[in-house]
Design a protein around this ligand. Structure first.
Ligand code: MG
Length: 380
């Protein structure tokens, strides 16, 4: 029996009537788009200019404002908010991040947040290299949405106790000794300070701070020293000044030199610029005592969680940092802070026009909002 004969016989037996009537092509298309429109999210993208309270200087740049990329993800009447701060060090810029997100906005809108693991992995592949901040904006917004949908604050989703959120540092940017003293006095509510070093003025900076406070200090050289013996001398001096740890004393590529420095000093050395992916962490353990996890480097909450777990599996210290950003990104990071040793989440405290209210700091301790998702309030 050929196919035509079989169909004729089947039709006679009533089989054909059991099959659904095929819709005309146009109607079928309309039904499909109607169905997907019901299940699609709305994605809104913007760049927000965050004004700094003080001109911010590190070894890399000096500025009075920073721009971050924001993404609002609305579905089923719920809006999740995300933010990413592109890091110039990794060749990431706000305008390019927003363009990259615009190019795949339809895919973000069509993804299924109930299957966020594969959905966000797919978005990560689509964004490609040098779009970690863009990825962070998507990941944070979707995870805020998921938390709100489940009616759980994100720390609870991760099984964490907000009472375990440790004391955070407050950063003092590089400045003249007089302004450094003034900034140190303004930081009175914070029990631990973080200081940017890596310039010729390091000793003046630390001396200025020490003239007004005895608080523990953590320092960040942002790859500032290129001579390993100079780095050893500087760190040995910092060890006499009540400094607890140092971040990235030498450029990320000077791996062997950092190993040498570690053999000559006592304080923990934390990898920041050198730590850019989960896969690098086991190698970093040879030269560093810990890593600085940032959502803007990892590409969001889920990947930052993986970095933390990888470091912990290797018995490494974990710092949880942020870029200068609003309470959106800082609060997202703060939900993971019960897992870390050294939170450094003050990016939102350094700006004067925060569009959100979220994590708070009381006596230096991070206070996580208990509302669902990130728990943000939108201020405007
Ligand atoms: Mg750093």
């Amino acid at each position: 029996m050929n196919r035509r004969q079989w169909l004729k016989a089947a039709g006679a037996a009533g089989i054909m009537t059991a099959l659904p009537n095929p819709l005309p092509a146009a109607s079928a298309q309309h039904a499909a788009s109607k169905a997907s429109a019901i299940n699609m999210a709305t994605v809104n993208l913007s760049i927000k200019r965050l004004q700094l309270r003080h001109t911010w200087t590190t070894t890399m740049s000096s500025s009075t404002y920073r721009e971050t990329v924001h993404l609002a993800y609305t579905r089923d009447g719920i809006t999740g908010y995300g933010e990413g701060a592109p890091i110039i060090r990794y060749e990431e810029y706000p305008a390019q991040a927003k363009l990259a997100l615009e190019a795949i906005a339809d895919k973000i809108a069509a993804g299924d947040p109930a299957r966020f693991d594969s959905f966000l992995a797919d978005i990560r592949r689509q964004l490609g290299e040098h779009q970690h901040a863009a990825m962070a904006a998507v990941d944070i917004a979707v995870m805020d949405w998921v938390g709100k949908k489940l009616n759980l604050p994100l720390y609870q989703y991760f099984g964490l106790d907000p009472a375990d959120a440790p004391v955070t540092t407050f950063s003092i940017g590089i400045d003249t000794p007089e302004i450094t003293k003034q900034k140190t006095l303004e930081a009175a509510p914070y029990p631990v300070l973080k200081v940017k070093v890596g310039l010729k003025t390091d000793e003046e900076t630390i001396t200025a701070i020490r003239s007004v406070t005895k608080k523990p200090l953590r320092v960040d050289a942002n790859e500032g020293w290129t001579d390993k013996d100079e780095a050893v001398r500087k760190i040995n001096w910092l060890e006499t000044q009540g400094v607890e740890l140092i971040e990235q004393p030498m450029p990320a590529h000077m791996f062997e030199e950092v190993k040498y420095v570690r053999s000559k000093v006592h304080m923990p050395i934390i990898a920041d610029e050198a730590c850019t992916s989960t896969g690098l962490i086991p190698k970093l353990k040879e030269a560093y005592d810990g890593i600085n996890v940032k959502l803007d480097k990892a590409g969001g909450i889920l990947e930052a969680y993986r970095w933390i777990k990888m470091a912990r599996a290797l018995d490494m210290k974990v710092m949880l940092g942020c870029m200068i950003s609003s309470s959106c990104s800082c609060t997202a990071a703060a939900h993971l802070s019960p897992l870390v040793d050294y939170p450094d989440l003050d990016g939102n405290l350094l700006i004067s026009n925060d569009p959100f209210e979220g994590v708070k700091v009381a006596d230096g301790k991070l206070i996580l909002p208990s509302r669902p998702g990130l728990g943000l309030k939108v201020l405007g």
